[in-house]
Design a binder for this molecule. Sequence first.
Ligand SMILES: [Zn+2]
Length: 162
Amino acid sequence: MTDSVKSLPLTLMPDAILQMQTQIVDDVTSVETQSLIDQMFVTMKVEHGVGLAATQIGLSLRLAVIDADGQKFTLINPVIIKKSDERITFPEGCLSIPGKEFEIIRHEKIVVRYLDRTGKTCKIKLKGFLAVVFQHEIDHLDGIVIAHRYKEQADLRRDLNL
Ligand SMILES: [Zn+2]
């Protein structure tokens, strides 16, 4: 990554693009997609995020980057293929909702299938914080932000006595 890669302006709530389903990425190894991924990593770093979805820079694509727990991931067309019954609750922030945190209930363990930036199919088992970050970013790709999740989980919080 070179210094010439510029960070991109963030899309903030209630921008409509944050609330839309995104499109499959089918040109993973194209110059455009590769330079977009570089720009997303730079933007995430500049904004001090642990994850950034394409919708957060105004693009309707199933693409997100993550830098959490000392590990970097590029998630292209990710799908959660397994979810544990055990739950984890964590105060989550979002670059698109500055200054706010929401206690979101997530699956404690998940298995995700995705393409990495070389187009290789990957399958990864995650738990705890990394599982939370992956679920947060994959929610973005389905047009769901934490403010929606929080509202939707009112009954679940009551059932779990939270
Ligand atoms: Zn977010």
